[in-house]
Ligand binder design. Structure first.
Ligand SMILES: [Zn+2]
Ligand SMILES: [Zn+2]
Ligand SMILES: [Zn+2]
Ligand SMILES: [Zn+2]
Ligand SMILES: [Zn+2]
Length: 477
């Protein structure tokens, strides 16, 4: 200790020092049998009996009050040396303040950092914002599951780049936009094969898929089949395509992995589409032309139906606004697609839509397990070749609009009003875990209920017999 702070005996007010191992105050307490001493500077309380510093809530608060009062008396406002500082009273909104406060929304701090546009990179910035606002991906990176300082992979490692991005946005006090230089460089390097490099406007959905594939590849424990890396755990679902032969009615099913669902926007001009409508279209029964059935070998007509066999915790939709026509001609479809803040996916899940032979409600679990909440919307504004990407994203209950480095507060209503520009929709599952209370099969439960009922009837019969016996005895008397 550089400057010894005096200790004061609480019984006789003697003050003495305590430097290193030489404690004059403890010597005093031992000599006199006095019980307590307090350090003037910190308020630490020494107990002779316990031979240690002890905590006294009362002393702490009384000392704080005295210190506060002294400070009040000694501190003066700048430029006004005469008047003492006004005593502190907590702020209570008056009628005028309360009026102004009505209807405002609270703005949480952090995690609303813009990302600099490094030359037509808004397509990438939007995808990064959907990653940053994905609560499950955030948990993964903030839980230090991939530490860029400990990673041994030779750069570029997309996991490392995202780890740095998450800690830049969530765990530093820096404000102002983030410049994703090394992330962009890494994206260009890994995106070479899909032509996702250079200072040209790219497709946000392509960037999304490229980043997910790279993140999967750059995560420890990734495998080519049944992978349980963070990407596969969060984004991967399974699609089922079922073809039903009209002659033998035997289904043939094909499964396909999905990272998101791409929905076509076929609609008469001027008609408003809905996400639910697009999903219904996607999972409707389609008639197929006559074909040779793999089951019965006959040439017969068939029907085909798509459904989602396994829903991922993070469910993203791509609204196919860009259509390739001819060799290198693309057009943008300016359809309006209304999308909800919450969606229940049960109607599009496999057991519900599957053809006959399947119990309609078997194995689907409670409908509440299919609830999803919107957390991100990637928008494309303007024309195909001179368009611009923006993103709406939710942090807990607050919505923000991200236009590269510009971040503005938004509302759910404003977000849902982007039905003319929405290109990608990101939803997250509301309940991640479901444990049914009763795991026994229904026939076991039915049998046990029967046994219970049998026992109850038996008890009733006994009771009746006993009462009859008593009555007979009474009658005899
Ligand atoms: Zn004393
Ligand atoms: Zn803030
Ligand atoms: Zn890494
Ligand atoms: Zn994987
Ligand atoms: Zn057949």
């Amino acid at each position: 200790m550089a400057t010894p702070s005096p200790w004061v005996c609480l019984q006789c007010q003697l003050s003495a020092c305590w430097t290193g191992s030489a404690s004059h105050i403890v010597a005093h307490l031992r000599e006199t049998g006095h019980g307590f001493a307090v350090q003037a500077k910190t308020g630490a309380l020494w107990c002779t009996k316990c031979e240690t510093v002890v905590l006294s809530r009362r002393l702490t608060s009384e000392r704080a009050a005295v210190v506060h009062k002294e400070e009040e008396a000694r501190t003066y406002f700048q430029g006004d040396g005469k008047k003492g500082r006004e005593a502190y009273t907590p702020w209570k909104p008056d009628a005028k303040d309360a009026g102004l406060l009505r209807g405002i929304t609270t703005v949480p701090c952090r995690a609303h950092r813009g990302i600099l546009n490094l030359g037509n990179t808004c397509y990438l910035n939007c995808i990064l914002q959907t990653f940053l606002h994905n609560p499950l991906l955030r948990n993964y990176f903030l839980a230090d599951k991939h530490n860029s300082k400990a990673c041994e992979r030779a750069p570029p490692c997309i996991s490392c780049e995202l780890d740095k991005l998450f800690s830049e946005v969530y765990s530093t006090t820096t404000n102002g936009p983030f410049a994703p230089t090394s992330l962009l460089h890494a994206t260009w390097t890994i995106g070479k094969d899909v032509n996702l490099s250079g200072y040209a406007q790219h497709d946000a959905h392509e960037a999304f898929m490229t980043l997910l594939n790279a993140l999967h590849a750059h995560t420890r424990g990734s495998t080519s089949s049944a992978c349980n890396c963070v990407v596969h755990t969060l984004f991967a679902g399974t699609l089922q395509s079922e073809v039903l032969c009209a002659r033998c009615a035997r289904p043939s099913r094909t499964l396909e992995a999905m990272f998101d669902l791409s929905l076509g926007l076929a609609a008469p001009v001027g008609q408003m589409l809905t996400l639910e409508g697009c999903l219904k279209r996607y999972t409707r029964v389609e008639k197929l032309d006559a074909r040779v059935c793999g089951e019965c070998g006959a040439s017969a007509e068939a029907t085909k139906r798509m459904s989602i066999r396994r829903l991922p915790p993070v469910l993203c939709f791509q609204l196919k606004r860009f259509e390739h026509r001819g060799t290198d001609k693309s057009v943008k479809i300016d359809a309006h697609v209304r999308f909800p803040a919450s969606i229940n996916m049960l109607p599009y899940a496999t057991p519900k839509v599957s053809a006959k032979g399947m119990n309609k409600n078997a194995g689907t679990g409670p409908p509440a397990m299919y609830d999803y909440d919107l957390f991100g919307v990637v928008c494309h504004e303007g024309q195909l070749d001179n368009g611009h990407y923006t993103c709406y994203a939710r942090l807990q209950d607050e919505w923000y609009r991200y236009d590269d480095d510009k971040v503005t507060h938004a509302t759910l209503r404003e977000t849902l009003a982007m039905h003319g520009q929405a290109y990608m929709l990101c939803y997250v599952k509301r309940r991640l875990e479901y444990r049914p209370l009763d795991l026994r099969p229904s026939y076991v439960r039915a049998r046990e209920a029967e046994i219970e009922e049998e026992k109850r009837r038996e008890r009733e019969r006994e009771l009746r017999n006993q009462r009859e016996l008593e009555q007979q005895l009474l009658d005899l008397v």
